[in-house]
Design a protein around this ligand. Sequence first.
Ligand code: HEC
Length: 160
Amino acid sequence: MTTDTKNDVPNSESEGEDEKSFFARGVLLGLFGGALAAILVISIFASVLSLVDDVFGSSTAAVADSNEPPTGEASLIATGEDLATTKGCVGCHSTDGLDGVGPTWSGLGATTDDDYIRLSITDPNADIAAGFAPDLMPAIYADTLSSDDLDALVAYIGSL
Ligand code: HEC
């Protein structure tokens, strides 16, 4: 009797282990399936996003391209916009049409040319904007801006 019981116990334990491993396999399969489903959902989501980006991204690029030559120009303009902030120009110049300490840059691209804009930056007193006093704009930029910085700022201001 005692021996039987001893034999029974290991048997029922090993059956229990079988059930456990069966259960564990089920859980693993479930996890695996779930992971696959998640990957599927994520990749569908990603392709929808890239589709949206293609549609809207290309339409934005088309607008930018309509009056600017290639994409290099667009990145030059973006660099110029950053520089206008980091070099402190926006403390005196706006792009919203309202004059500050200096004239707004709005419309400058349409009414002047790159040479004028470049000279206005490197030699501010060479050609004083109407209604503004000389010696207000710092005459430091010929020394402090690299020629790449200058190209980017001229491209940006010329695009406004
Ligand atoms: C302390 C104020 C101040 C700062 C800073 C300043 N400017 Fe000016 N800017 C002026 C004033 C005032 C004028 C108008 C007088 C003149 O033409 O010099 C002017 C004129 C200009 C013009 C000609 C505008 C026109 O309508 O003819 C350009 C272009 C220009 N600035 C670009 C820049 C850039 C680029 C920077 C930064 C790198 C800068 N400015 C920083 C005050 C400033």
